[in-house]
Ligand binder design. Structure first.
Ligand code: NAP
Length: 293
């Protein structure tokens, strides 16, 4: 299933996420995903595995143009010239000469002028056809307003924490108002059960409402959540390094959730974010240096 971005570029709705995929596992995961039928990979400079993503794509034997490559600029590379150079680092590691989608990993609330300058560099990369689309991640409505006031190109995508326990309707509405595609990170709720991230978290994978829908549909909870994203028009980028789960997460195109089932999943939203608050300044993030290619 393809989604059309606001500049006419098409993007496969389901992509493979690779956050916390160890470099030595990433190449095999990407290869497995591409063999299964995925044509979209979501990585980031900060994940430290762009090189292995590129290796996996080359090992698949597919042409570069058949795979939609999305990556992210880390905050320590914000600022106009630094962000232009971040493209060199990313493409050098991936071993490609263009990117399909390049997004800012998060707003830097304490250095918002640098965030704006970074986005202007993305606009220049787009004009030079070194990226086919540009976007943002973890932007809240007020960040979008500030961005749209200061720049020319409306982001194609806003990638945000979005799973049944945290749906951010305000961000989804702001995205829709501006023609920005909402892309779900932790689409099957990974952040509600990342090992070592706090045992008290409610694991959405074990939610009884989702379990009941999965039983009715003869599908798994992960498949039900992915189908919910697709039917509501979102892109989703589930992460797995396990070949069986990679295949399971792509086997979501042969069933349909009813209106009542979609509403029952919507009703699970707790309004509580699991990931970091995008409005909280985190100066320590600027200390992480993204290596050269
Ligand atoms: P996720 O995709 O919702 O969940 C991943 C977790 O679920 C992993 O522990 C994975 O383990 C497990 N899993 C995968 N498929 C499963 C299945 N079918 N059944 C049961 N468990 C399954 O969470 P995520 O990794 O946080 O998010 C996905 C992607 O979004 C990331 O990889 C990254 O690309 C992106 N992301 C972006 C941001 C941002 O700030 N922009 C933040 C977080 C994530 P196994 O690998 O063992 O299968």
């Amino acid at each position: 299933m393809e989604l059309t971005l606001n500049n006419g570029v098409t993007m496969p709705a389901i992509g493979l996420g690779v956050f916390q995929s160890a470099p030595e596992q990433t190449t095999a995961a990407v290869e497995a995903a591409l063999a299964t039928g995925y044509r979209h990979i979501d990585t980031a400079a900060a994940y430290g595995n762009e090189r292995e993503v590129g290796d996996g794509i080359r090992r698949s034997g597919l042409n570069r143009s058949e795979v939609f490559i999305e990556t992210k600029v880390w905050v320590s590379d914000y600022g106009y010239d630094h962000t232009l150079h971040a493209w060199d680092k990313a493409t050098g590691k991936l071993g490609v000469d263009y990117l399909d989608l390049l997004i800012l990993h998060q707003p830097a609330p304490d250095r918002f002028e640098k965030t704006m300058a970074a986005y202007k560099a993305l606009e220049a990369l787009l004009a030079d056809r070194r990226v086919r689309a540009i976007g943002v991640s973890n932007f809240m409505p007020h960040h979008l307003t500030q961005l749209l006031d200061a720049t020319d190109v409306v982001p194609a995508v806003n990638q945000i924490e979005l799973h049944p326990y945290f749906t951010q309707p305000d961000v989804q509405a702001a995205d829709a108002e501006h023609g920005i595609l909402t892309q779900a990170w932790s689409p099957i709720g990974g952040i509600t059960f990342y090992p070592g991230w706090g045992e008290e978290r409610r694991n959405v994978m074990e939610d009884p409402v989702i379990g009941a829908i999965a039983a009715t549909q003869g599908k798994s909870p992960a498949q039900v959540m992915l189908r919910w994203h697709l039917q509501q028009g979102r892109s989703a980028i589930p992460k797995s390094t396990n070949p069986a789960r990679i295949a399971e997460n792509f086997d979501v195109f042969d069933f349909e959730l009813s209106t009542d089932e979609l509403a029952a999943i919507d009703a699970l939203d707790s309004g509580n974010r699991n990931g970091p608050d995008p409005d909280q300044a985190r100066p320590e993030r600027f200390a992480m240096v993204i290596p050269e290619a």
